[in-house]
Each structure stands twice: as structure tokens, then as C-alpha cells.
Design a protein around this ligand. Sequence first.
Ligand code: UT7
Length: 331
Amino acid sequence: MNKVTAAITAVGKYVPDYILTNKELETMVETNDEWIESRTGIKERRILKDAGQGTSFLAIKSAENLIEKSNLDPKEIELVILCTATPDMQAASTGAYVATKIGAVNAFSFDLESACSSFLYGLSVAAGYIESGRYKKILLIGADKNSSMIDYTDRATCIIFGDGAGAVLVEPTTDGNGLQDEYMRSDGSGREFLNVAAGGSVLPATEETVKERLHFARQDGKTVFKNAVFNMADVCEKVLDRNGMKKKDIDWLVAHQANKRIVEATARRINLESSKVMLNIQNYGNTTSATLPLLLADYEKQLKKGDKLILAAFGGGFSWGSIYFKWCYNS
Ligand code: UT7
């Protein structure tokens, strides 16, 4: 019998209705549509405005979309992994709430947080469970309500981030498709360049931290940009070399959508033409844990069984990596 690998057998997505355009941002901070589009590729992003709703709301909607599209009985799900950098609350697992709300009553669930690499790492974890034979139906969700940690007076961050969620079902296959290889990295010396300084265990919330606006995400954009370009391209090259692959062998680059220029630079480094590069940053901005599953959902109809995908991400920590994946179905 062939080796058991982890297949993606269904995808789902959700983005909130409210569209925050570059034009509207012009009324909030000193910026302009032309600058944002030329420097980032972003035209608009979605924002969850519903009072009292957090990341779980987005995750539940994306899971429900997947369940409806694939006729999945949620009772069959054994594990729900919620990848997010913006959990509903500290201490209480957001994944547990999501699993219960979607009717995955026989599943256990946990949150996985590694900034913009959360979903990529989550796919690696889910694949490990599947390959070992321990679980056979895993719902992997990437969801972030980034607007909950964005300072809409800070033009270095507020133009980039948006809210959204995507979900994939991970199951075993023996047909040779699914996850083929991965190369994952992290470097904790990068944490000073992109973080939310307060509200964690190092600097708990006080009146002072609120006054100093330390509960918002801050980044040294240039440093993050340089590291993202270098490292994302590096891990993609490693995975390609290791598998004896050349540019002609790749059908799609599925790269984290942080900045169109970062995605283009990664594609250039592995010599890939733009028609093979998935891109939806223009519609959603950077949705952190949701960018990769949103790409898979948006391009689902163009994907064919056996297509060779190179997934890649880079994020806070720093954390980054690449996965070589063969697509598993025709839709
Ligand atoms: O998922 C991982 C998380 N984040 C990232 O990957 C983000 C990585 N970084 C980036 O995408 C980019 O660094 C940014 C989009 C954040 C900034 O783009 P940049 O090309 O690195 O711009 P910059 O910070 O070097 O600024 C260039 C100029 C400056 O003006 P001067 O000094 O040249 O006159 C800035 O003051 O653009 C100015 N500027 C802006 N102008 C209009 C910076 N932000 C803005 C803005 N609107 N929002």
C-alpha cells in the first residue's frame, strides 16, 4: 500500500461584509490610495463591525461554509485546530468554542498561534496527526479579527490588515497527493520588530499601557519586509531543491499575503511567472492566519487534482516556512 499522506478534501471561507477602502483610510490617516496600492497591492480590506463578535464568529462562518459545500457531518470531525493570532479571550480556548458552535461535538480542539505563519504550521501539525494514523478528520481553520489590535491612527499598520477566515478539511489519502514535504523555521530575535507589546504576561494591561497605546500591533515595516522577502524565498528554494523540482514543475505559488511586493519577490527568486502566483491581497489586505486558506478557497475552481503547490508564509516571531503540496481533487 502507498504511504498515507495528508490531503485537503474541502475548503470554506468567510469575510465580513464591511469594506474598508483606501479612500476611506485617506479620511483617517495621512495616506493615499495611490501610495497604498503601489506599495502593498491592497485596494480594500474587510472589517468585522458587529459588536461583541470576535475571531470565533469569522471561524464559525468559514467552517459552516465548508460543511455546507462538502455535506460534511460535523459529528465526524475528530479535531478542530484554530490558527489565530487574535483569540476571542486569553486563557479560554477559542477553538473549543468554535467546535461546539459548529456541532463538532465529538472533536477536541485547540488554538495554534504563530502570527502570520499560524495556518502553515497548523497544516504541518494536522498532517502529522493524519500521517501517524491517530486522527482521520481534522478541521483546520485560519481566522483573525486583526481590526481588534489595529491602531487606526497608525498608518504603518492600519492600511495593511483586514479580517477574515478560511477553513480546510484534512484527511488521509494513499493516492500520492497531499503534503509531500515541508521546511519550517523560526527566529525569536525578530520579536521586537512586530508585536503587540502589552496585554500578555510580560506586560499585563494597566491604565498606563492603555494610555500609551501598547495594546495595538506595531511593526518596523522595513525590517519585517526585508526578512520576509529573504526568508520566504529561501525556504521555497530549499523545498524545491530537496524535491528536485524546477520552475516548470510548479503549478501554483500560495504565499502569505502581507504585501504584493513580498509575494512578487518570492516568485522572482524561484523564477515563477505571475500567472502561477495566487493573489487576493487586493481584496482583503493581510488577514494573518487566514491568507492561505482564503487563497485556496478563492482559487479552488482553478485547482486540479495533482497540481503542485508551493505554500509559504512569514510572520511575527519571526516564524516562516514552506510546504510542498499536491492538490487532491477537482471541483
Ligand atoms: O505578515 C507579516 C507582517 N507584516 C509585513 O509583512 C509588512 C512588511 N512591510 C511592509 O509591507 C512595508 O514595509 C510597508 C507597507 C509597511 C511600508 O512600505 P515601505 O515601502 O517599506 O515604506 P517606508 O516605511 O519605507 O516609507 C516610505 C515613505 C516614507 O516617506 P519618506 O520618508 O520617503 O518621505 C514614509 O513616511 O512612505 C511614507 N509612508 C506612507 N505614505 C503614505 C509610510 N507609510 C505611509 C502610508 N501612506 N501609509
